[in-house]
Design a protein around this ligand. Structure first.
Ligand code: NAI
Length: 461
C-alpha cells in the first residue's frame, strides 16, 4: 500500500490543478485517472477540441465572407480529415503538457478507475492506496433525454459531434445552451443546415436578456434556424439519419424534424458512479452532486469534492479555482473562491461573455442600478475586423457606481471580460474603469466606453 498526503480522483482541470498546487505546497500527491490521457473532459473531448474546430471553421467563414472585401482572393476548401488531425494534434499537445507538469511537480499518476472502499483509502484495480485527504474531481457526463438513445454515430453528444466521419448536410441540435450553439456554429459554418430545438423561449438560459436576443439574431443571420418553446419527446434512427420528435409548448402540437445528425445538448450531470459514495454514506444533493461545506469538505471528514461533481456552474475555470482553493485548505491555508466573479464565455463568432449579475437578476433583487452600453459599431478596430455587431453592457450600482455585472457580445468578448472581472474583484466603480487608459485602437476601448456611459457619457456613441 502506497501512502500520500493527498489523492485526487480525476485529472480534469479541477483535479490536475489541485494536484499541482498540492505539490507546490509541499504535499505528496497522486492523481487517479482511468482515461488514456490526462486533462479530463475539457482537454480530451470538450473545451480544447471544440475550440480547435471553432477556430478552423471561423477561418473558413472569414474566407467566404470577408476575404474578397479585403482584396484577398482564394478558393478555400475543407479537408475534413486534416481538420480532424489538426484538432487531435492540439488535444495531444495539451494532454502531454499536463503529463510534463505532473513529472515536473512530482505528482504521481495512478492509472485506472478509483473507488473509495473506506475513509482515507483509494482502490485502483487490486491495489489500495492510503491518503490523509482525498479529493473527488470526477467531473460530469452528458445528461441524455428519455426517449433518446445516443450511439455517438448519428445521435451524438458533444463527444461524438467532435469526431463525425464526414461533414453532415443537416444537423438537428437539441438544446440552445453553450454546447448546442458552439458545435451548431461549427457545422453551420462548414455548410450544414443547422436547426436548434429549444424548450425555453430564449437561448442560453440564465444570460442577460438583451444578449440572448442579439446573439440569437446574429446566429440566425449566419444561417442557423431556431425552433423555440419546443419540448423534445424523443429521437429515432432512420435509414437516412434520425428524426427528432417534439411538441410545441404553445399548442401541444406534435412535430418531427429529420436530420443527418442529431446532437443532444441538454445539459450535463455530476459523474460520481463507481466511487462507492453510497456505501460511505456521503451526503448528496437532490441533483446527484456531492454535498460540500464552505471548504469543499464532504460529509465525510478528509473527503473533499470540487468542480462539476459539486453544485455551481459546470465550467473548467470554476473547477480550477476550486482545485487551487481546496489544496490551500488541505495544506492548512485559506483557500477562497469568489463565486460572484466567475466569467462565462461562449466561443462562437462573435463571442459572448458575461460576469456578475444580469439586468433581470438586478430587477428581481429590486436593486437600484444603471446601465452603460456601447456598440462595437463605434469602435474603429472592430470595424476593421468586420466585427461591428454587438455591444458591451456594464451594470453598476446607481448610488455607489460599483460594477455589478458585465455582458458582452462581440469580438474577443471572452478576453475583454477579464478586465471587468479584475475590476469587480477589487470592488471597482465604473468610473475606475472609465478613467483607466485603454490603448487605441483596441476592441477593449469598447469596455471603457461602456464604463464612460455609466457616467457622463461615451465619447464615440
Ligand atoms: P445547458 O444547460 O447550457 O443547455 C441545455 C439546453 O437544453 C437548455 O437551454 C434547456 O432548456 C434545453 N433543453 C433541455 N431539455 C430539453 C428538451 N426536452 N427539449 C428541448 N430543449 C431542452 O447545457 P449544455 O449546452 O449541454 O452544456 C452543459 C454544460 O457544459 C453547461 O453547464 C455549460 O456551461 C458547460 N459548457 C460550457 C462551455 C463554455 O463555457 N464555453 C462549453 C461547453 C459546455
Amino acid at each position: 500500500m502506497s501512502s500520500y498526503d493527498v489523492i485526487v480522483i480525476g485529472a480534469g482541470p479541477g483535479g490536475y490543478v489541485c494536484a499541482i498546487r498540492c505539490a507546490q505546497l509541499g504535499l505528496t500527491v497522486a492523481v487517479v485517472e482511468g482515461r488514456a490521457t490526462l486533462g479530463g473532459t475539457c482537454l480530451n473531448i470538450g473545451c480544447i477540441p471544440s475550440k480547435a474546430l471553432l477556430h478552423a471553421s471561423h477561418m473558413l467563414h472569414e474566407s467566404h465572407e470577408n476575404f474578397a472585401k479585403m482584396g484577398l482572393n482564394a478558393a478555400v476548401t475543407v479537408d475534413w480529415p486534416q481538420m480532424q488531425a489538426y484538432k487531435n494534434d492540439v488535444v495531444a499537445q495539451n494532454t502531454k503538457g499536463i503529463e510534463f507538469l505532473f513529472k515536473k511537480n512530482k505528482v504521481d499518476w495512478i492509472k485506472g478507475w478509483a473507488s473509495i472502499p473506506a475513509p482515507g483509502q483509494v482502490r485502483v484495480g487490486a491495489e489500495v492506496h492510503a491518503a490523509k485527504a482525498i479529493v473527488i474531481a470526477t467531473g460530469s457526463e452528458a445528461s441524455v433525454l428519455p426517449g433518446v438513445t445516443v450511439d455517438e454515430q448519428v445521435i451524438v453528444t458533444s463527444t461524438g459531434a467532435l469526431e463525425l466521419g464526414a461533414i453532415p448536410a443537416s444537423v438537428a441540435v437539441i438544446g440552445a445552451g453553450v454546447i448546442g450553439l458552439e458545435l451548431g456554429s461549427v457545422y453551420a459554418r462548414l455548410g450544414a443546415k443547422v436547426t436548434v430545438i429549444e424548450y425555453l423561449d430564449a437561448i442560453t438560459p440564465g444570460m442577460d436578456g438583451e444578449v440572448q436576443k442579439t446573439f440569437k439574431r446574429m446566429l440566425e443571420k449566419q444561417g442557423m434556424t431556431f425552433v423555440m418553446g419546443a419540448a423534445v419527446q424523443g429521437a429515432d434512427r432512420t435509414e437516412a439519419g434520425a428524426t427528432v420528435r417534439y411538441k410545441l409548448r404553445k399548442d401541444d402540437s406534435d412535430h418531427a424534424l429529420a436530420a443527418d445528425i442529431v446532437l443532444v445538448a441538454t445539459g450535463r450531470r455530476a459523474f460520481t458512479s463507481g466511487l462507492g459514495l453510497e456505501g460511505l454514506g456521503v451526503q448528496m444533493t437532490p441533483r446527484g452532486q456531492v454535498t460540500t461545506d464552505a471548504h469543499w469538505q464532504t460529509s465525510l471528514k478528509g473527503l473533499y469534492a470540487i468542480g462539476d461533481a459539486i453544485a455551481g456552474p459546470m465550467l473548467a475555470h470554476k473547477a480550477e479555482d476550486e482545485g487551487m482553493a481546496v489544496a490551500e485548505v488541505i495544506a492548512g491555508k485559506h483557500g477562497h473562491v469568489n463565486y460572484g466573479v466567475i466569467p462565462g464565455v461562449i466561443y462562437t463568432h462573435p463571442e459572448v461573455a458575461n460576469v456578475g449579475a444580469t439586468e433581470e437578476q438586478l430587477k428581481e433583487q429590486g436593486r437600484n442600478y444603471k446601465v452603460g452600453k456601447f456598440s462595437f459599431m463605434g469602435n474603429g478596430r472592430a470595424k476593421a475586423q468586420f466585427a461591428g455587431d454587438g455591444f458591451v453592457k456594464i451594470l453598476a450600482d446607481k448610488d455607489t457606481d460599483r460594477i455589478l455585472g458585465c455582458h458582452i457580445v462581440g469580438p474577443q468578448a471572452g478576453d475583454l471580460i477579464h478586465e471587468v472581472c479584475v475590476a469587480m474583484e477589487f470592488g471597482a466603480s465604473a468610473q475606475d474603469l472609465a478613467m483607466t487608459c485603454h490603448a487605441h485602437p483596441t476592441v477593449s476601448e469598447a469596455v471603457r466606453e461602456a464604463a464612460l456611459a455609466c457616467g457622463d457619457g461615451a465619447i464615440h456613441a
